[in-house]
Design a protein around this ligand. Structure first.
Ligand code: ACO
Length: 378
């Protein structure tokens, strides 16, 4: 067998062949199935983009209507899932609640007919449709309220915001939220997608695939960074405190949240779009002082770290957008999962098409031939 050099974090090692998305980290380009995200953010919807990623082509009008219809009518969750979620501790993180609920779906839909396109489609529809319902249900139940039933007359994003706040959202806020989902839906071979593909490669069910990816997305070096960005902005508190804060981080060699990316060495194109969306929200619903702090951070970090290719990533401005919509900070990562589930499912489908179970190797650096020491002699 060929002996390869060990690369921590598998940096630069291809883990799959994929035609789902493409990133040029030097030029700041992100494409889904060959289409630039700027174009999709302007012209598409989340469900249309999800369809594109999963089935490879933009849907016709009829195909899109059929997909939207199916998702709309699968939004309700079984009362047993809801009752199970009621038993979750209110202090638990919503990502943990989501991971448990996504895995529990597999108990109700235990058939594994992975070669049947109808099974694939049903699973895709069910996961995309119910994950927002589960996120909103946990949010209400942890406050002691009953969950709100989904509304069939509302579009995907408007319905989620309605279930969360028990009132119909402003149309601009709903459209901006939908664009945020488009921006988060897919991003090549990141940690959670890798996790999804490894799990998929064992031919388990799609609920286990999504549950494993949700668990991976929750960490602060991945999806969890957007929560930490808001905490950081709150801790900094004023524009004057930005420079000393960054100086201190650099001296302690601490990571500045919302900056840096394994692939992008320029500003993440999603951050550029999100910044514009944040500005639209502030224009309509009032300014946010944390935006001034964020802009100053971007200036100072560029001054200090541009030579290392450290610029804002997708998480830097997404939190400001969600915060302005009144969404609690610990729902930011579950919202990331609402979007990313479509990307994970595209990878699930692609993995199944040419599956080989993941079984990498390791470089053993432990000991050999050690005699067993009886417990009383240790
Ligand atoms: N703040 C300060 N310095 C940084 C940052 C940062 N956010 N990110 C990287 N660097 C520096 C490192 O200290 C290192 O410097 P050195 O060469 O002098 O030691 C150099 O840049 C390379 O950094 P690595 O950690 O090796 O880069 P890696 O590709 O492994 O990490 C990561 C990428 C995890 C995203 C990192 O930039 C980070 O931790 N950022 C903050 C957390 C964050 O925002 N995560 C969200 C990422 S986007 C997403 O997952 C959706």
């Amino acid at each position: 067998m060929m002996v390869c050099e060990y690369k921590p974090g598998l940096e630069g090692i291809p883990a799959a062949q994929s035609s789902i998305s493409y990133v040029d980290g030097q030029k700041g380009i992100l494409e889904y199935r060959g289409i630039r995200i700027e174009e999709l953010a302007e012209k598409s919807t989340f469900l249309e983009t999800a369809y594109l990623l999963i089935w490879g082509e933009l849907p016709s009008k009829e195909e899109l209507e059929a997909f939207e219809h199916e998702v709309r009518y699968h939004r309700r969750i079984k009362y047993r899932i809801r009752d199970m979620m009621k038993c979750f501790p209110e202090s638990g993180h919503p990502m943990d609640a989501l991971q448990a609920s996504a895995a529990a779906l597999g108990l109700f839909y235990s058939l594994r007919d992975l070669h049947n396109p109808a099974y694939i489609r049903d699973s895709v529809v069910r996961l995309i449709a119910t994950i927002p319902t589960m996120v909103a249900a946990f949010q209400l139940m942890r406050k002691g309220n009953d969950p709100v039933r989904p509304r069939d007359d509302l579009d995907y994003s408007a319905n989620f915001l309605y279930m969360l706040n028990e009132q119909e959202p402003d149309p601009l806020a709903a459209r901006i939220f939908d664009i945020c989902l488009i921006l988060h839906v897919e991003h090549t071979m990141n940690a959670s997608t890798f996790s999804a593909r490894v799990t998929a490669s064992t031919l388990t069910d799609p609920y286990a695939v999504v549950a494993s990816a949700v668990g991976t997305l929750g960490g602060p070096l991945h999806g969890g960074a957007n929560e930490e960005v808001i905490q950081m902005l709150e801790n900094i508190g004023s524009v004057e405190n930005v420079r000393p804060y960054i100086q201190d981080c650099l001296e302690r060699k601490a990571k500045i949240m919302g900056f840096g990316h394994r692939v992008y060495k320029v500003k993440d194109p999603r951050a550029t779009i999100l910044q514009k969306l944040a500005e639209q929200l502030f224009e309509k619903f009032g300014h946010d002082k944390f935006y001034d702090i964020a802009q100053e951070m971007e200036r100072v970090v560029e001054e200090k770290l541009a030579s290392k290719g450290i610029y804002p990533n997708v998480d830097f401005y997404s939190g400001l957008v969600y915060r302005k919509m009144g969404i609690p900070t610990d729902l930011f990562t579950p919202i990331f999962a609402i979007a990313r589930v479509a990307g994970w499912l595209a990878h699930w489908k692609e993995q199944l098409a040419e599956n080989r179970i993941f079984r990498p190797t390791q470089i053993y650096n432990g000991r050999h031939e050690i005699p067993y020491t009886p417990i009383e002699q240790r």
